[in-house]
Ligand binder design. Structure first.
Ligand code: PAF
Length: 274
């Protein structure tokens, strides 16, 4: 695998390289990322990953400084997964001057769920991803469904700005006990790690209740919130939404339940298509 710290170096290496599939990451890679890398290989001749912890998408009281940086391990995993090129810029390469131009997603998409709890987060994500797309110029880009709202925002951005890129979603990869893999799982203490599968268990419980014919969505959301709170969680939201735009469902539409909750000082998110 070739490692490129500069935009010029990456562009030179990719000139005439053929069809490119791109997987942007912030590093601290787990099996979910690696599944995306392997999936990327099915779509293109050349697989490019990036590692960049993007300051723009972190709020002032969030974990930018302590976000785990595990570059050597990440490189070993990417090499093992057959990735051809890694773009790994530092901050001065990506933001040599304060970023003055941003992608501003429509408020209806980003004032809800994660966007309501993390104001400005999706503006930072969309801005860096558009910039990475311009740097890498892939034909295909892959994002995990675990960040369901992020996937929606980036899919819509790509379509509405007519970027010639196909967005491919990757399924959430879970530990045997159901916990969705996440770079932030490493923050959990042993006791919290043992408790953490309850989040997915509550989402699964909602799916079972829907399949059994229950239709009171607010009741199911409230029950899941209460169950988590009773076990020491601080839930931000458990929300059953329509998949297409994550708004409150109005009829018989494909649904997804999305959740975010804090366990100790760690904030976990998850979702399940219903
Ligand atoms: O999902 C992530 O890791 C980040 O939000 C992304 C897409 C790499 C942008 O920084």
């Amino acid at each position: 695998m070739q490692i490129h710290p500069t935009i010029a170096g990456l562009r030179a290496a990719l000139a005439g390289a053929g069809r490119v599939a791109f997987v942007p990451t912030m590093g601290n890679l787990h099996d979910g990322h690696i599944a995306l890398m392997r999936e990327a290989r099915r779509h293109a001749d050349v697989v490019v990953a990036s590692i960049f912890v993007n300051r723009l998408q972190f709020g002032p009281r969030e974990d930018f400084d302590k976000y785990p940086r595990t570059f050597a391990d990440d490189c070993a995993r990417l090499t093992d997964a057959g990735v051809d090129h890694l773009f790994a810029p530092d901050e001065t390469e990506m933001y040599p001057a304060p970023q003055r131009y941003h992608v501003e997603p429509e408020p209806a998409q980003v004032s809800i769920l994660e966007g309501a709890v993390r104001p400005g987060h999706f503006r930072g994500v969309a801005t860096v991803v558009l910039k990475l797309f311009n740097i890498v110029q892939p034909q295909v880009a892959l994002f995990g469904k675990k960040d369901y709202q992020q996937l929606m925002v980036l899919t819509n951005m790509t379509r509405e700005l007519a970027l010639p890129i196909r967005i491919v979603p990757g399924e959430t990869i879970r530990a045997a006990d159901g916990l969705a893999l996440s770079s932030r799982n490493g923050y959990l203490s042993a006791a919290e790690r043992a408790e953490a599968p309850r989040l997915f268990a509550q989402l699964s419980r909602i799916r079972e209740r829907l399949q059994a014919g229950e239709r009171d969505l607010a009741r199911m959301e409230a029950d899941a919130v209460a169950e988590l709170a009773a076990h020491g969680w601080q839930p931000d939201y458990i929300a059953i939404r329509r998949r297409s735009d994550l708004q409150v469902p109005e009829g018989d539409e494909p649904l997804v339940v999305l959740a975010a909750a804090r366990l100790g000082s760690t904030r976990l998110i998850d979702n399940l298509e219903l």
